[in-house]
Design a protein around this ligand. Structure first.
Ligand code: NAD
Length: 376
């Protein structure tokens, strides 16, 4: 099987869908790797490193020519994939809901598009889960960015010139990104508190040495939530949560919000009026900015100041850690393809009745074949 690795063209993208380690592993499985020139440059990987790992480094046209699989971070425009073999696999974060025309284009060109962000949350698929691998890094980077923008230190310091008190960090939404944000802020020495609608997160917060701040009067989501995800809460819960947040937020220096509900706009957790109660110089990082924002007035990809509070509208923070985010993403792709590898054919065999295949396969034989996409 010839596998092409393309140079990403999306503005601001720094990641690469392969690293020398995964190239070597694919070669060991019997695949032939063709990497577009400069594909790894923004992730700190040179063409010669890819060559040393066993790939051929060439133009995009040559890489695509006859490729039976194309690895990408973001879904490329269908017209830019000319030359790939009929039925070739296109594997990456294809953003199916927002890119319906492009997905139809993949079908038309006969590609088999596989949307890695729709990987089911089952144990077998954990090592293939790009949402988890990238969210974990985003949670870390959110805290680092907040610390860089904050005019004070995180840890308590007792110095001859006096004591510096520890920063107070509040994390709202304790999924993969939120857990890493808690852990990172703790490592930096902050006093950390956190909240979520799923009751199962209470213990996780405590186990990281942070304080859970939860609505106790109205039931949220008992346990994990379906597939680990939250759903919309009741009006009563939202009112109780707003009161709780109002009481807590005015005492915080840094707030990191990560709350998401699949298929819905992000829940609004912080209003303008609540921001106004925060001390000047406080920092808010909204990791849900691209999904509509947890914070009133946050803008994805922009930093704005409101009532003396800096609001960082985070956008794809994993891109800021291009070497690590590429490595984890590339391993997710390798773990997926190698799990289905047919040793004799030296290519993956994707069975129709497999839960993973059914969840992520969008197009095949010229048609859209994904129920979730069709019903959206
Ligand atoms: P997510 O990105 O969908 O949401 C982030 C967090 O926001 C969630 O914890 C959610 O409960 C919370 N949230 C939603 N509405 C909220 C509100 N109004 N107020 C406060 N918080 C709110 O979640 P995620 O990071 O994808 O992870 C969710 C869970 O799934 C985690 O427990 C994670 O460990 C689990 N998970 C399991 C697997 C697997 O088994 N393969 C893979 C990934 C994640």
């Amino acid at each position: 099987m010839k596998i092409a690795v393309l140079k990403e063209v999306a503005p601001g993208e720094t990641r690469c869908a392969a690293i020398p380690e995964t190239v070597k592993k694919f070669v060991a499985l019997g695949a032939e790797l063709a990497v577009e020139k400069g594909a790894g440059a923004s992730a700190g990987i040179s063409d010669s490193e890819f060559e040393a790992a066993g790939a051929k480094v060439c133009s995009r046209k040559d890489a695509l020519k006859g490729a039976e699989a194309v690895l990408c971070i973001n879904g490329p425009e269908p017209a830019t994939l000319e030359g790939a073999a009929k039925g070739a696999l296109l594997v990456g974060a294809l953003d199916p809901i927002r890119r319906k025309d492009a997905i139809a284009g993949y079908a038309k060109t006969g590609l088999q598009a596989l949307a890695m962000e729709w990987m089911p949350r089952i144990t077998r698929a954990q090592s293939m889960d790009i949402l988890s691998s990238q969210s974990n890094l985003s949670g870390y980077k959110a805290v680092i960015d907040a610390a860089a923008a904050f005019g004070r230190a995180f840890p308590m310091m007792m110095t001859a010139a006096g004591t510096i008190s520890p920063a107070k960090v509040f994390v709202m939404g304790v999924g993969v990104a939120g857990l890493q944000a808690i852990a990172t802020a703790r490592r930096l020495g902050a006093q950390v508190s956190a909240t979520d609608v799923r009751s199962a997160t209470k213990e996780q917060i405590q186990s990281l040495g942070a304080k859970p701040v939860f609505v106790e009067t109205v039931a949220g989501i008992e346990g994990e939530g379906a597939g680990g995800y939250a759903s919309e809460t009741s009006d009563e819960y939202r009112k109780a949560q707003a009161e709780l947040v109002s009481g807590h937020i005015s005492k915080q220096d840094i707030v990191i919000t990560t709350a998401l509900i699949p298929g819905r706009p992000a829940p609004r957790l912080i209003s303008d009026a609540q921001l106004a109660t925060m001390r000047a110089g406080s920092i808010v990082v909204d990791l849900a900015a691209e999904a509509g924002g947890n914070v009133e007035g946050s803008i994805a990809g922009k930093t704005v100041e409101k009532q003396g509070v800096t609001i960082i509208g985070a956008s794809n923070l994993a891109r800021g850690l291009s070497a690590d985010s590429s490595a984890l993403f590339a391993r997710n792709l390798y773990n997926f393809l190698s799990a289905f590898w047919d040793k004799e054919k030296k290519a993956p065999e994707l069975p129709d009745d497999d839960e993973i295949v059914q969840a992520i396969r969008l197009t095949r034989d010229g048609k859209i074949v994904n129920e979730r996409l069709e019903s959206s």
